[in-house]
Ligand binder design. Structure first.
Ligand SMILES: C[S@@+](CC[C@H](N)C(=O)[O-])C[C@H]1O[C@@H](n2cnc3c(N)ncnc32)[C@H](O)[C@@H]1O
Length: 254
């Protein structure tokens, strides 16, 4: 059977919504701490959480702002966030199902946009960034957070290979330079970029995406055969756990 990319994303994430709500790798981190600090300066703002997944950006910023719209391609993800927001008593979070590349919002409707760990799944990064810029007021802040490629071709190929084996909705972990260029093309000014390391525990990393056993074994085989430089760069452990880098791009709409 032939599937469009968005159908693949929906299949991958739809059934796993609860796993993303409770994921330790997604519910904490220095990026969320910094985001909470930024959001303290956004009182009164209407904020878009683009590719909200299990909703951790929304729960982090909701106490500081007027409204959050948590938006995701997967209706099941959006439903899980709706339930969780109610459980947490966060009445200022509303939800919307939509693809980043075609947002159902007005031009300049938002005072801030945050997008965390989603863009590497998008079929069209440029279109998604253009839409994020369109719905944001001129001069307003946005924060994009995502896994980045180390750049070196050998390391880049290893990273994209294990990501795709684990999750067929993976498109690309971009280099910082690719991100910076794409943000500029979409009409954003880059104010600050920072990075941090994120250790991924192998068993929960594949369980979260229900990676078939044969593909998880293929990842372990790639890791076992990888060069010493690749093993060192990703700090690949005996159990397959490894470390990726996350970049936070703090930008403003030009
Ligand atoms: C890893 S989860 C996001 C995690 C979440 N933002 C957080 O901080 O915990 C990636 C999410 O991106 C969504 N996604 C992937 N492609 C998308 C697209 N083109 N438009 C909107 N959402 C998309 C997926 O459905 C999934 O829920």
């Amino acid at each position: 059977m032939r599937h469009g990319h968005n159908a693949i994303v929906d299949q991958q994430f739809g059934g796993q919504a609860q796993a993303y709500v409770s994921s330790a790798a997604h519910s904490s981190g220095p990026d969320l701490e910094r985001l909470a600090q930024s959001a303290q300066g956004w009182s009164g703002a209407k904020v878009l959480d683009l590719g909200c997944g299990g909703g951790h950006v929304s729960y982090t910023i909701a106490p500081h702002v007027a409204n959050v719209v948590a938006c995701d391609l997967s209706q099941q993800m959006v439903d899980a966030v709706c339930t969780q927001a109610r459980r947490r008593g966060m009445a200022n979070i509303e939800t919307r199902q939509a693809a980043a590349e075609a947002l159902p919002f007005e031009r300049g409707e938002f005072d801030a946009v945050v997008c965390r760990m989603s863009a590497h799944h998008w079929q069209d990064l440029d279109a998604g960034l253009r839409e994020a810029r369109r719905v944001l007021k001129a001069g307003s802040p946005a924060i994009f957070i995502d896994v980045i490629s180390p750049g070196d071709p050998m390391l880049d190929t290893h990273l994209q290979a294990v990501e795709l084996l684990r999750d067929r909705s993976h498109v690309r972990d971009y280099r910082i330079e690719e991100w910076s260029a794409a943000l500029g093309r979409a009409g954003f000014n880059l104010e600050r970029v920072s990075t941090h390391a994120l250790p991924m525990e192998f068993a929960s990393w594949v369980a979260r995406m229900k990676t078939p056993g044969a593909l998880a074994a293929a990842i372990r085989s790639l890791q076992a055969e990888a060069s010493a430089a690749t093993r060192d760069a990703f700090d690949i452990r005996e159990d397959g756990s490894f470390t990726i880098r996350i970049a936070t791009f703090e930008i403003t709409a030009a």
